[in-house]
Design a protein around this ligand. Structure first.
Ligand SMILES: [Zn+2]
Length: 562
């Protein structure tokens, strides 16, 4: 529905954007809206308002003069500035979570009624603006008359149309549906009215093919639609030149080719509709503990694949599908999988949502950060509590197996307590000078607290992975690492390892050993379960911090230190 409205906007405005050379301007508005989106995310105002404020800067800077006259350079200048402000805001004031990623790439799967309303308003505005302003824009091109008010109005309407698309396709792809369908339609249109309707057709086809491909290949919809739009332009130009050379009915042939392609992709959907598991978990860690409590009595589906970063995950169509029939959704909690509740709402299902973070004994807060540290699963006492909570929730939806769920939950709780005891025994053998820890995102506060280690710095001083360190911060950290004689710094698997490698080179500390923060290894490997991942983290930490002096081997039923 939202896409149809966006297509109407595209049909009305697309040709004008191309005729006036505003493609770059449209893209620039999307980019300019980026800092506004980030600020909106941090301040808790609606994204559209934030985006509008951001985009107004560029519109004001490049648009008040005639849009045909060398606006390119000026627009480039403004948008570079906007991007820089956005990046600064993203690394400093953004709250933990996937705000930055959804601002850049959008998410059709989690759009709200407000987004729909904005799209509808933009479509109405675009159609009426073209009705009123069209003749004047045309006469300027032909008669050389200038209409400054109407030119600014065109820029304004284009800006609003771009902002209306942000929620669906994000800042980086914002001009996708606005510009590319018109470009694809251009070879087939002889009049501007015809151009408009062919554009609308292409926009609809592109959205349909993009959405369908997204469903069948399980890729993020925004990016898939952008790809479909690019292919449509190329396909349109190729078929047009081919049909010109053999001079047959051009439009019919082009449409036929496009329809065939669309039908091919459509036909791949509808296959492979397996029955969905009744229990869904968001992250691999949550999936691991839920599956262990569920045993063979109930199937659990984990949405995020092993190795992926939950902070910047974009939901897939298969996630919506899984949640539409699920009875229980087990999520990690705020700042880790915030998208989960929105996906659940969109799925139309009625799964009970179990937010584990709300039910834990140990909650870590730090004045340096806003809110609670979401990495609670690095404290085994929390895992024990979570297992019991999951056992109760499973018993609620499947009372006949309640005793088994309780037994397995208690067993996992005992295992967690056992690993906890072994780890504390082992780390007690570290000297005080060996207890300083540097990691690359702030995920290990719970682990450090429990094992009495000191985190002297993090490369990414925010609990999200979506922020970058400042040079001064890096410099301060390098000095501290040298002065404390820290032997090892720990890159984390889901984060760019070059940052840590650089710091290690500067300070002479080792950075070869990796910790797992938010995810697990492949299924079947040691780190494919929470126990294996956590034990491996502890063993890696102890051995690297002591330069190999202390080693320990954690086992699920006993073990100890050597
Ligand atoms: Zn994290």
């Amino acid at each position: 529905m939202e896409l149809v409205l966006l297509c109407v906007t595209a049909a009305a405005l697309g040709p004008w954007i191309l005729m006036r050379g505003l493609g770059f301007f449209a893209h620039a508005i999307g980019t300019a809206a980026f800092p506004g989106l980030i600020a909106a995310d941090a301040l808790g105002i609606t994204p559209q308002l934030g985006a509008t404020l951001g985009a107004m800067g560029v519109a004001a800077g490049s648009g008040v003069v005639s849009p045909t006259a060398r606006t390119g350079t000026r627009t480039a200048l403004w948008l570079t500035g906007a991007m820089a402000v956005g990046a600064l805001l993203a690394s400093n004031i953004s709250r933990p979570g996937a705000g930055v990623d959804s601002a850049l790439f959008g998410s059709l799967l989690t759009s709200t009624p407000a987004d729909l309303l904005t799209a509808a308003a933009a479509a109405c505005l675009a159609v009426s603006a073209v009705r009123l302003g069209g003749p004047r824009w045309l006469s300027e091109g032909m008669l050389g008359r200038s209409w400054p008010f109407w030119n600014s109005a065109l820029l304004g309407v284009v800006a609003i149309a771009v902002i209306a698309q942000l929620a669906a396709v994000g800042a980086l792809l914002a001009s996708t549906l606005l510009v590319l369908p018109a470009a694809a339609a251009r070879p087939w249109a002889t009049t501007i009215r015809r151009w408009g309707s062919v554009t609308g057709g292409f926009a609809l086809l592109i959205s349909l093919v993009g959405l369908t491909a997204s469903l069948s290949f399980d890729t993020p919809p925004g990016a898939t639609i952008a790809l479909a739009a690019g292919l449509a332009v190329v396909g349109s130009l190729v078929t047009r030149s081919a049909s010109r050379s053999i001079s047959t009915a051009p439009l019919g042939k082009g449409a036929a080719v496009a329809m065939t392609l669309g039908a091919l992709i459509l036909s791949t959907v509808g296959c492979a509709q397996a029955t969905n598991p009744p229990v869904v978990a968001t992250t691999p860690i949550i999936g691991s503990i839920t599956q262990q409590v569920a045993g063979n009595d109930i199937r659990v589906k984990t949405l995020i694949p092993a190795g992926a970063d939950p902070h910047s995950y974009e939901p897939r169509p298969s996630d919506i599908d899984a949640l539409s029939t699920a009875r229980l959704l087990v999520r990690s909690g705020p700042s880790m999988d915030d998208w989960a509740t929105r996906v659940e709402e969109r799925s139309g299902g009625n799964a009970t949502i179990l937010d584990l973070a709300a039910e834990l004994p140990i909650n870590r807060t730090d004045v340096e950060f806003k809110g609670t540290d979401p990495h609670w699963f690095h404290d085994p006492r929390n895992i024990a509590a979570a297992a019991v909570t999951i056992g109760k929730a499973l018993s609620d939806i499947d009372p006949s197996h309640a005793p088994s769920y309780r037994a397995r939950a208690n067993r996992l709780a005992r295992t967690a307590a056992n690993l906890d005891r072994q780890a504390r025994e082992c780390t007690s053998r570290l000297a005080s000078s060996e207890r300083n820890l540097v990691t690359d995102h702030d995920a290990f506060g719970y682990l450090a607290d429990r094992l009495e280690l000191r985190i002297i710095g993090t490369l990414i001083p925010s609990q999200s992975t979506a922020a970058a360190p400042s040079p001064r911060e890096l410099d301060r950290l390098a000095k501290e690492i040298r002065s404390l004689g820290v032997k090892a710094i720990f890159p984390e698997r889901a984060v760019d390892p070059r940052l840590t490698a650089n710091l290690a080179r500067q300070t002479g500390a080792s950075s070869k050993q990796q910790l797992d923060a938010d995810t697990l290894g492949p299924a079947g490997s040691r780190k494919g379960t929470w126990q294996g991942m956590w034990s491996n983290n502890v063993e890696t930490l102890v051995s690297a911090l002591s330069g190999g002096r202390v080693t320990c081997a954690l086992t699920q039923n006993g073990g100890g230190s050597r």
